[in-house]
Design a protein around this ligand. Structure first.
Ligand code: CTP
Ligand code: CA
Length: 223
């Protein structure tokens, strides 16, 4: 309702949210994917909408319905996601919650691969564009606030702090996705927000609660 009225703390602001996994084709029937459900990105988009933002929601394949009121752009691959994000600019803020595949299959086949006497196929990988780094490095067109996520398994804070610096984004939302945490694909998250000036560990809470809290931080930053 806030969004429809253009009111709320994010009224008049445009936020791009990337979400979900990407799928990178091997052949017409097979692809490389990852375990991202899109839950955190979807919850975040909903929370931003609730604060009155106009949200462009660029999502890879996900079974979670996108939030009502968002401008939804469905993509499959990292390169499609990159194009959709650049197309959605300008924006006041961008939050990259997608689990973008780091590599695509360079020698993907236009026809279904068949078992042959020659043995198993050899996949050749090429690195995908880094959407978060690209957004962070934009000159004039850079969103005022660029936020990334860092899903890590060991030395979570050290890896995420280095990642923030490397990518040039304003904030990194770090989370521990070790299998033992049950976070990947689960409904809860335990995050630490890393900025240029410090870090703040939030207690474990639902992904919905993380989204609400992050959205209000974003509103404060853009106020
Ligand atoms: N990201 C992106 N484009 C990519 C890869 C990552 O926009 N091609 C974004 C993700 O959406 C996330 C952040 O960058 O917000 C960090 O992703 P992550 O996979 O943790 O970082 P990488 O730089 O890919 O490093 P790693 O080798 O640890 O996977
Ligand atoms: Ca990665």
């Amino acid at each position: 309702i806030a969004a429809a009225l253009g009111s709320g703390p994010l009224g008049g602001r445009h936020v791009i949210v990337t979400s979900g996994p990407t799928h990178e084709p091997i052949d017409p029937v097979r692809y490389i994917a990852n375990r991202s459900s899109g839950a955190q990105g979807t919850a975040l988009a909903a929370a931003l909408l609730a604060l009155g933002a106009r949200v462009t929601f660029v999502t890879g394949p996900s079974t979670i319905p996108p939030p009502a009121g968002a401008q939804v752009v469905r993509v499959e691959t990292a390169r499609e996601m990159q194009a959709a994000v650049l197309e959605a600019l300008p924006a006041d803020a961008a939050v990259c919650a997608a689990a973008v595949a780091d590599w695509r299959v360079e020698n993907h086949s236009g026809s279904k691969l068949k078992k042959t006497a020659g043995g198993a196929p050899q996949l050749v990988f090429a690195e995908n564009p880094d959407i978060l780094a690209q957004l962070s490095g934009l000159g004039d067109g850079r969103p005022r606030l660029v936020v990334g996520f860092a899903a890590e398994t060991d030395d979570v804070i050290a890896h995420a702090t280095a990642k923030r610096a490397r990518k040039g984004c304003d904030w990194i939302v770090a989370n521990d996705v070790s299998p033992a945490t049950g976070i990947m694909g689960g409904s809860e998250n335990a995050v630490t927000i890393i900025t240029a000036t410090g870090q703040e560990a939030w207690p474990r809470m639902t992904k919905h609660a993380v989204a609400t809290r992050l959205a209000s931080r974003i509103a404060e930053a853009l106020a």
